[in-house]
Design a protein around this ligand. Structure first.
Ligand code: WT7
Length: 655
C-alpha cells in the first residue's frame, strides 16, 4: 500500500491534444458527462439504446433488465440474435473485402483474410462441427495457439450456439483435465503443436494426457488443426484432422438464433480457493460491451489497424481479439510468436510493418520491453500509432512515462483499462478524447458503469480513503454465474456484508479528490503475475500434492518485471534440506508446479522451514510471510506465534 500512496502523489496530468479531441468518438468532459447523465437518468433506456444501435437482432427485445432473480441478472432477455452473425454476416454487405485479420506467424510469414473469407471459413468449420455431432448448448474446449483457426473455432461455436471454453496453451494437461471435466465438454479443438521463438512445440500430447486421466467420457471427438506437422499420436476413433472435418462442407451456415442470454462462453479463472471458477458470459450483453468499448475506449475508426497482444486463452483475447474488433468491423493483427524473437525489436517492427494505429498490451510486457532495449523503439517508424492501451495490472508511473514518451512519442493517449474476466469488458478507463491522464490511474468509470469504493459494511467511503471496489448496478457484459456453481457466484461476488446487491470486484482501490480511481491490488488470496491471475491456494494445493511435501504456503512479492513474483514456503515430510539437496528439490518442485498448473505458476522462490509460522490456533500468519518475502524486518508483534524461531529459517532463499 505504501507504493500506491506514493503513486497517488503523482501530480502530472496529460491532457488530450485538441486535434485528438476534435476527432474523438466521445468528445471532451462535456461529451462524457452527457453520457453519464443519460445513464443515471434512465439506466435501462441508456443500455437499450446502445443495444439497438450496435447489435443486429433477429427478434428485437422488449424487456431490458430483469432483476427478479438477483443477482442472476438478465439483459434483453426476450430478444434473439447470434454473435457470429453480428461479427461476420453483418459486414458482408458493406465491407466484404476489408481485411479482418492480418496474421503474422512466428517465422514472420504474413497471412491476410478478408471478412468474406473469414465468414466462409467460420461457416465451413461450423458445418464440420455439426457433422461431428456438436449442437447448441454443448461445451467445446478450445486449446489452440494464436492463429486464425483459434478465432474461426470460437466464432464457429458461437454460430451454432455451442459454448466454448478456451484453455490457454500454456496450461498443463492437469489444468486442462480439470476444465474438461468441470465443463463436461463433448468436443475438444486443438492443434498438433505451435511455433514460438523459432521452436516447434507439441500441444496435442497435453490433450491426450488429460483424457487419459479419466472421467472424460463426455468427450466424443478431438479436432486437430495441423500446424507443426510433426509426428502426432493418434486415436482413430476419437481424433479428426481439422482439414478432414471441413472436407466437403458447405461454406454457408444458417446461424443458430439464440436468446440474448444464451451462454456464449465459459472461461476459467483463479479465485481464492484451489479450484478455478468457470466464468459464464452471455451472448448479447457481452458483445454489446465489446463493440461499444472498441468505439469509446479505443476510439475506433474505419481506417484503424488494431493490435491487442493478448492470447485468446485470456479474457482480453476474447473481448479484444475475437469479438470486439470483428463486431465493429476492424482490421486487426494477430501474432503467433514471442516479443523477443528473432530479436527484441519484434513488436516495434510489427507496428512499423503493419502500420498499427492502436496498440494494446500489458504493463509486464512494457516493463520487459524497456529492459530489452529502452531505446529500441527509436530505430523503427512508429508514426502510425495514435492510441496506446494497457491492461491486466497496475502500471507503475515510470513504465507509463516510457510508453507515453518513447512508444507514443507524446502524441498518443494511453488508456489504462481496469476490468476483469468477470466484467467482460472495460469498466474504469480513460476515454482518449476526454480525460487528462495521470500515470498509474485508470481514471474514471465508463458511462453506465456505477463504480464506487465502499467500506466493510458497504457504505461509500470519502474521497481519498481506500476501500473495496464495487459496481453498484448490474451491467450488460457482467458474469452471469459460475458454471455449475451458482451458490459460489452469489457468495463470492455479492456478499451479504455489503448488502448482497453490489458486485464485489476483489480489488482494493482509492478514489482521489479529482474523482480518479487508483487500483491497489487484490484484497483476496489472488496473485497477479505478469498480468495473469493465480490463486495462492491453487499453487499450495499443487505443492502439497507432491509426495515430498507436508505443508506449503504461497504469497506474492513485488517484482520489477512481472509485477508480482510467487514465493513458496515449504515444509517437507522429511528433514529440512540444505545445500545441493535443497537446490535439487527446489528445481523438482518448480517443475512439479509447471506440470500441475502450467509454467506461469512456477514459484520464483522456494524457502524451506521445519514448520510455518502459525498462531496458537494453527492459522498460518500470511502477513508475516509476505513481510519475510519482501526482506522486511519483522517489527510486528509475534507474541501470538507458536514457534518464533521458524522465522529465521524462512529468511533463507535457496539459490
Ligand atoms: C484483475 C483481473 C482484464 C483483463 C486481464 C486481467 C487486475 C486488471 C488492471 C488495471 C490495475 C488491473 C485487477 C483485476 N487488473 N486491469 N488496468 N489496473 N489492475 O483479467 O485475469 O480477470 O484479472 O487484474 O486486480 O481484479 P483477470
Amino acid at each position: 500500500m505504501s507504493s500506491i500512496e506514493s503513486v497517488m502523489n503523482e501530480t502530472r496530468v496529460f491532457e488530450p491534444a485538441e486535434s485528438f479531441k476534435a476527432q474523438a468518438n466521445v468528445k471532451g468532459m462535456d461529451g462524457y458527462r452527457a453520457l453519464c447523465e443519460q445513464a443515471e437518468k434512465d439506466y435501462e433506456g441508456f443500455w437499450a439504446g446502445l443495444a439497438r444501435e450496435l447489435l443486429v437482432w433477429k427478434k428485437p427485445f422488449t424487456k431490458v433488465l430483469d432483476e427478479s432473480n438477483a443477482p442472476f441478472y438478465k439483459w434483453f432477455d426476450d430478444g434473439e440474435m447470434n454473435v457470429s452473425y453480428n461479427c461476420l454476416d453483418k459486414h458482408l454487405a458493406t465491407q466484404p473485402n476489408k481485411i479482418a485479420i492480418i496474421f503474422e506467424a512466428d517465422d514472420g510469414k504474413v497471412t491476410k483474410i478478408t471478412y468474406k473469407d473469414l465468414y466462409h471459413r467460420v461457416c465451413t468449420f461450423a458445418n464440420g462441427l455439426k457433422a461431428l455431432g456438436a449442437k447448441k448448448g454443448d461445451r467445446v474446449i478450445i486449446y489452440l495457439p494464436m492463429s486464425i483457426e483459434a478465432v474461426v473455432a470460437m466464432q464457429a461455436c458461437a454460430r451454432i450456439g455451442a459454448i466454448h471454453s478456451v484453455v490457454f496453451g500454456g496450461f498443463s494437461a492437469k489444468s486442462l483435465h480439470e476444465r474438461i471435466t468441470d465443463a463436461s465438454a463433448s468436443l475438444i479443438i486443438t492443434a498438433d503443436g505451435q511455433f514460438r521463438g523459432g521452436k516447434a512445440m507439441q500441444l496435442k500430447p497435453a490433450v491426450d494426457d488429460a483424457l487419459a486421466m479419466g472421467g472424460c467420457e463426455c468427450v466424443k471427438k478431438v479436432v486437430v488443426y495441423q500446424r507443426t506437422a510433426g509426428e502426432t499420436a493418434w486415436d482413430a476413433q476419437r481424433d479428426v484432422w481439422w482439414h478432414d472435418a471441413v472436407q466437403g462442407q458447405a461454406d454457408t451456415c444458417e446461424p443458430e438464433w439464440v436468446n440474448a442470454e444464451h451462454p456464449l462462453f465459459v472461461l476459467y479463472t483463479s479465485g481464492s480457493t484451489g479450484k478455478p471458477k468457470g466464468v459464464q458470459h452471455s451472448s448479447a450483453g457481452f458483445l454489446l460491451h465489446a463493440i461499444n468499448t472498441m468505439r469509446w475506449t479505443f476510439d475506433y475508426k474505419d481506417s484503424d489497424i488494431f493490435w491487442c497482444t493478448a492470447d485468446v486463452g485470456w479474457i482480453t483475447g476474447h473481448t479484444y481479439v475475437t469479438y470486439g474488433p470483428l463486431g465493429i468491423g476492424a482490421t486487426q493483427l494477430m501474432f503467433e510468436g514471442v516479443p523477443t524473437y528473432p530479436d527484441a525489436g519484434r513488436f516495434w517492427k510489427m507496428i512499423q510493418d503493419h502500420k498499427i494505429t492502436t496498440f494494446y498490451t500489458a504493463p509486464t510486457a512494457i516493463r520487459s520491453l524497456i529492459k530489452l532495449g529502452a531505446d529500441l523503439p527509436k530505430q523503427y517508424d512508429l508514426s502510425s500509432l495514435r492510441l496506446l492501451g494497457t491492461v491486466g495490472e497496475p502500471i507503475n508511473p515510470e513504465a507509463w512515462m516510457w510508453y507515453y514518451n518513447t512508444v507514443g512519442q507524446t502524441r498518443c493517449p494511453v488508456v489504462d483499462t481496469w476490468w476483469q474476466t468477470e466484467t467482460g469488458g472495460h469498466m474504469i478507463t480513460p476515454l482518449p478524447g476526454v480525460h487528462g491522464l495521470k500515470p498509474g490511474s485508470c481514471t474514471m468509470a465508463l458511462p453506465g458503469i456505477m463504480a464506487a469504493i465502499v467500506d466493510e459494511a458497504g457504505h461509500d467511503v470519502e474521497k481519498g480513503k481506500g476501500g473495496f471496489l464495487v459496481i453498484k448496478r448490474p451491467w450488460p457484459s457482467m458474469i452471469r454465474t459460475i458454471y455449475g456453481d451458482p451458490e459460489r457466484y452469489k457468495k463470492n461476488y455479492f456478499p451479504e456484508d455489503l448488502g448482497g446487491k453490489y458486485y464485489l470486484a476483489g480489488d482494493g482501490a482509492n478514489c482521489d479528490l479529482d474523482g480518479y480511481f487508483w487500483i491497489m491490488g487484490r484484497i483476496d488470496d489472488v496473485l497477479n503475475v505478469s498480468g495473469h491471475r493465480l490463486g495462492t491456494m491453487e499453487i499450495e494445493s499443487a505443492l502439497v500434492a507432491n509426495p515430498l511435501v507436508a505443508e506449503a504456503a504461497v504469497v506474492g512479492k513485488p517484482h520489477d518485471i512481472k509485477g508480482e513474483a510467487v514465493v513458496a514456503y515449504v515444509v517437507l515430510k522429511g528433514a529440512r534440506p540444505e545445500g545441493e539437496d535443497a537446490k535439487k528439490i527446489v528445481a523438482d518442485l518448480r517443475n512439479w508446479v509447471a506440470k500441475e498448473i502450467g509454467p506461469i505458476a512456477k514459484p520464483d522462490e522456494i524457502r524451506f522451514g521445519d514448520n510455518l509460522p502459525k498462531t496458537r490456533s494453527g492459522k498460518i500468519m500470511r502477513r508475516l510471510l509476505r513481510a519475510l518475502a519482501k526482506g522486511e524486518e519483522i517489527t510486528q508483534d509475534v507474541s501470538t506465534l507458536e514457534n518464533p524461531a521458524i522465522l529465521e529459517q524462512l529468511k533463507e532463499v535457496v539459490k
